[in-house]
Design a protein around this ligand. Structure first.
Ligand SMILES: *[C@@H]1O[C@H](CO)[C@@H](O)[C@H](O)[C@H]1NC(C)=O
Length: 235
């Protein structure tokens, strides 16, 4: 029966490609992506770049297959990042905490609560032996879990925007030094957020000034009126 054996042979050949479903993806080696972060009083923004070195280009062809953010174990204490110890970061712009931020004088968040975020990214087509990127970290402080969203920012990158539960300054994006090895400051985004925040403050100040002006001129008018009326009484 030559025909049957040929079919069997074909079946065996097809087997490996048929099995490259998500289940085979999870057996791929998992590595940590590079994370850059920025903040303003109310939000943290971070970019997850699918690569293992900050200076390397992002690897396209990856998609987020799972994303979660939830309240984490409140017992985990925050590491102290203010001692200047830098951790094993590799290169370029990791000057975290050195720039004088307008937020720096705000109180640190209560160490009793934080959130944890989990981003699992698998190659869009999981080839055997390929990497998957897993970011599984405890955030510095608590965030509004329902207000956390991510979007693809460009090939091989996703951007996450999270609203802080309370407007405080975070010392780092993450809570432990171990998590911090792949985390650095996102200078361009920080500059943009600082600018936006300053613009908001300026608008608020302007409105306040205008309100005060109106109030003052009303007071003056009232005073004037009172004066003229007073003068009238004397007549
Ligand atoms: C912080 O940044 C977010 C995202 O850009 C923005 O929606 C929010 O209004 C900003 N908050 C302040 C206080 O500037």
């Amino acid at each position: 029966m030559p025909r049957l054996s040929l079919l069997l042979f074909l079946g065996l050949l097809l087997q490996p490609s048929l099995s490259s479903t998500p289940s085979s993806c999870s057996s791929a080696a998992s590595v940590k992506p590079i994370v850059s972060w920025a903040q303003n009083a109310t939000h943290v923004a971070f970019e997850v770049k699918f690569t293992t070195r900050a200076s390397a280009p992002a690897r396209s062809g990856y998609k987020v297959s799972e994303f979660r953010c939830e309240a984490a174990d409140p017992a985990l204490p925050a590491d102290d990042f203010s001692d200047g110890e830098e951790g094993a970061e590799d290169d370029d712009d990791d000057e975290e905490g050195s720039a004088a931020s307008p937020l720096q004088n705000m109180p640190a968040p209560a160490p009793s609560s934080h959130s944890s975020v989990y981003v699992f990214s698998a190659p869009a087509e999981c080839g055997p032996g390929d990497k998957t990127f897993v970011l599984d970290v405890s955030l510095w402080g608590p965030v509004k879990e329902s207000e956390v969203a991510y979007k693809d920012s460009s090939a091989g990158r996703v951007t996450v925007l999270a609203e802080k539960k309370s407007p405080t300054s975070w010392e780092s994006l993450v809570r432990t030094k171990a998590d911090r090895t792949n985390v650095r400051k996102w200078e361009a985004m920080q500059a943009q957020m600082d600018k936006e925040e300053a613009a908001i403050k300026e608008r608020v100040q302007k409105t306040m000034d205008e309100l005060n002006k109106k109030k003052n001129s009303k007071k003056k008018k009232k005073k004037k009126k009172a004066k003229t009326e007073g003068a009238g009484d004397e007549l």
